[in-house]
Design a protein around this ligand. Sequence first.
Ligand SMILES: [Zn+2]
Length: 55
Amino acid sequence: MSKEVIITNKIVISCNGDDSKGSNHPKVWLKIKETENFIDCPYCERRFSYQPPKD
Ligand SMILES: [Zn+2]
C-alpha cells in the first residue's frame, strides 16, 4: 500500500479521510511542525507535506 502524500502550502490543514473507504475518521485539524515540514494523519496515514508558496 503506497502512502498518499498531499502537498500543501498551509501549516494547518484538516483531514476527514476517504469516504469511499468508510473508515472511522473524524475530521481532524493537523499542524505541520516547522522543524519537520510534514505531518502524518493519525487516522488515515496520509502525509501532508508543506511546500512554501513560490512568489
Ligand atoms: Zn486523515
